[in-house]
Design a protein. Structure first.
Lengths: 466, 262
């Protein structure tokens, strides 16, 4: 410990010494040994006060992550610039948000097109299980239109004081010295449709990369790649009598025909349904899977018209590097999509907010310069709060999405009331709530039983094949 | 497209929605099935990423009157996948598909009364019937329907039926293997060291060997199992590693706040 402290001392002496006040983080260096993660503590050594100005932070990307980040930054007194390339972008998305998001982000209820209170899980052999009996009156899964939600969050950011620019981020020059700014190169569109826009540059102190799965900010900082799934979706307008079935019900189809490692879905939207599927390992067959999904839902979408076809990548796990010096990634750019359910909107918004909070705190409301340790605090907090959730969903995916027997067992398990209660509690409120141990034991026994039965049937099927 | 017209099979005269299915007759379980049906093409749009195409998806489900024969094994007819880009308004064409049919499959579940043998339900045949149904569905995925939901739950088959059919034979096999390996190893160790069976059990090393032998018999049954196990172990830790990657940067970044490294 002492040698480390010593090292940082000597390091300090070599660096420029204007207005340097050494802030020692003794407590954190003590807890370093207790922390599992090998985090090298860097004392936020010189958070020099910014003379005559507030901290300038650019948020690249105006989706849920960017909007939430920009709002929190602006409210914290930081000069915020939000750069979004397409203000009316209809991001292809399932559009499901958990209940806690409405409360945490103060979303107006008219943003939510539909409240889904029932779900149907359908196994490979078409065994259908209804989920949602355990939901209380006020609980639901909100279905939103991304263009509406994103626009709302951006507007709120603007009202809080952020500057929203319609522009396309091109690249970023990394600073040579620790106190040089980041130089952003972007193309600004000034409202004239069809115009190619003006190339501009901007200097900022810190950057939040919220530009989605194909993040350019991530590329600029060499964040590394991740595995991603392709989600393919068709929006289908179905006749009204069929639409009443989907009034507040969403469906999930599992099976090898629908997707080898994900699920197919029918989600109701404002006045149509979205039928889609996704896959990581067999991206080339996505059209085949989509046909199969449509086939499985055929009766229920009979007579429908396809009004839009869309696809988008979904990250499967975080990038190897989620931050670098004063650039942090949030949302899809960081790879915060859960496995098993593929949920990303809430985590994007939450991570944007968390990162912005860390910046506000580290800069003391914009008065001081921040450095990497402040952003690391956001990573720590994030991992501490949500890693269990991610882990659990990963295990679920690994166990239950691997083969048809596993999926059959999964659907059978979902019929159990305890499972439904636990699932919804953890989905709607984002906490891995501990249930009662006796019920957990029963659940474990039932799970093993279901998996055993499904695999036994699989062996029987193989015997028939011979 | 004209190709779609060519895909229409001859007997059809008009693209109406009704279709007839002549009942299937099966002579015996495994005999050939004669089947004639009328199939119409279904126009579907495959231009996924291009401009929004309109397509209607419509189908009729077909019901066949129950034949008198013992058991039917339905035959799949190749349903048409006409790749047509229908830009015009709804092409109402239909496809007939053979749905899973079985005399004992009533209202979305197996009618257990039909499986009785000597007054008691013959669970083995229920299991086999369900396996056949799943195999059928794997090869011919069907649409789900609200009118005929599938309600069968495998847990109605009692646990001892599953045990008898699957667990016990396998347990017998594995126990037999373990016994053979154990006997030979005990003899081998005895011949080498002179330590008898009872004394071997008291020795820590022998107990470890025993444990390894049992675990090996349990988990490694084919040569491929070794690789599968290794893959499994790697898989369980992969996600964690991906998350921790952010913390494992080559920590020259501890000096990043100090020096002016890029």
């Amino acid at each position: 410990m002492a040698t480390f402290a010593l090292k940082s001392f000597t390091g300090l002496r070599q660096s420029p010494t204007d207005q340097i006040t050494f802030v020692s983080n003794v407590p954190s260096s003590l807890s370093r040994s207790q922390r599992r993660t090998s985090l090298k503590v860097t004392a936020s050594r010189a958070s020099p006060k910014l003379a005559n100005r507030s901290l300038r932070v650019a948020v690249i990307g105006g989706g849920p992550a960017g909007g939430a980040a920009a709002e929190t930054l602006a409210q914290g007194g930081i000069e915020t610039i939000l750069i979004e390339r397409k203000m009316d972008n209809c991001k292809p998305c399932g559009g499901a948000i958990p209940l806690c998001m409405v409360g945490e982000f103060n979303l107006p209820l008219d943003i939510i097109d539909r409240r889904v209170t029932k779900m149907k899980m359908i196994s490979p052999s078409n065994i259908a299980v209804d989920i949602g009996r355990t939901l209380k009156e006020h609980e639901y899964i909100g279905m939103v239109r991304r263009e509406v939600l994103d626009q709302y969050l951006r507007e709120r950011a603007e009202k809080s004081g952020a500057t929203v620019i319609n522009g396309l981020f091109l690249k970023m020059d990394l600073p040579e010295n620790w106190d040089s700014p980041y130089v952003l190169h972007y193309t600004e569109y000034d409202g004239k449709t069809g115009a190619t826009g003006q190339k501009k540059t901007m200097e900022v102190d810190a950057v939040i990369g919220a530009d989605g799965a194909n993040s350019r900010v991530a590329k600029s900082i060499g964040a590394g790649d991740y595995d991603y799934a392709i989600a393919f979706q068709e929006r289908i307008r179905i006749p009204d009598d069929k639409m009443t079935y989907y009034e507040d019900l969403a469906e999930m189809y599992v099976g090898d025909d629908v997707s080898p490692d994900f699920y197919g879905w029918v989600f109701p939207k404002c006045d149509h349904v979205a039928v889609g599927t996704g896959t990581v390992t067999h991206k080339g067959d996505i059209k085949k899977f989509q046909l199969a999904t449509r086939n499985r839902a055929k009766d229920k979408i009979l007579g429908g018209k396809i009004i839009r076809v869309e696809a988008h990548p979904i990250p499967e796990h975080p990038r190897p590097r989620r931050l670098s010096k004063r650039v942090a990634l949030v949302g899809d750019a960081a790879g915060y999509v859960t496995k098993c359910s593929g949920e990303g909107i809430y985590f994007a918004a939450k991570s944007g907010r968390m990162c912005a909070e860390a910046i506000v705190e580290g800069s003391q409301n914009g008065k001081k310069m921040i450095d990497e340790s402040d952003l690391r605090k956001y990573l720590e907090k994030w991992d501490k709060t949500y890693l269990p959730t991610y882990r659990v969903l990963d295990v679920l995916q690994k166990v239950f999405y691997r083969s048809n027997p596993a999926r059959e067992a999964f659907v059978e398990m979902c019929g159990d009331e305890y499972v439904q209660k636990m699932t919804f509690d953890s989905y709607l409120y984002k906490r891995v709530a501990p249930g009662s141990p006796l019920e957990d034991l029963k659940l474990a026994v039932n799970t093993i039983g279901s998996v055993f039965r499904a695999n036994a049937l699989r062996r029987e099927i193989e015997k028939l094949n011979v | 497209m004209s190709i779609s017209m060519a895909l229409f099979s001859p007997p059809i005269s008009s693209p109406h929605q009704n279709s007839n299915l002549i009942p299937k007759i099966s002579l015996s379980l495994l005999s050939t099935k004669r089947l004639s049906l009328v199939s119409l093409t279904r126009a579907s749009s495959d231009n996924g990423t291009s401009t929004p195409a309109s397509a209607t998806v419509s189908a009729t489900t077909v019901e066949a009157p129950k034949p008198v024969a013992v058991e039917e094994v339905p035959v799949k007819s190749p349903s048409e996948n006409g790749a047509v880009g229908g830009e015009e308004t709804d092409l109402t064409t239909t496809t007939t598909e053979i749905k899973f049919q079985d005399a004992k499959w009533v209202n979305g579940t197996w009618d257990l009364k039909q499986f009785e043998k000597e007054g008691k339900t013959d669970w083995d045949s229920v299991i086999v019937a369900e396996a056949k149904r799943r195999k059928w569905l794997e090869d011919n995925p069907e649409t789900t329907s609200n009118d005929e939901p599938v309600l069968f739950d495998t847990s109605i088959i009692p646990w001892w039926a599953w045990m008898k059919r699957y667990h016990l034979p396998e347990a017998e096999l594995l126990n037999g293997r373990a016994a053979m390996v154990g006997f030979f190893m005990a003899y081998f160790v005895d011949s080498l060291t002179g330590v008898g069976l009872v004394d071997q059990m008291g020795n820590f090393f022998c107990k470890t060997l025993l444990f390894v032998a049992v675990a090996g018999v349990l988990f490694i049954r084919k040569n491929e199992d070794l690789d599968k196990l290794k893959g499994l172990i790697e898989e369980t830790t992969l996600y964690d590693k991906q998350w921790q990657a952010a913390w494992k940067e080559p920590e020259s970044s501890s000096s990043s706040t100090v020096s002016s490294k890029k």
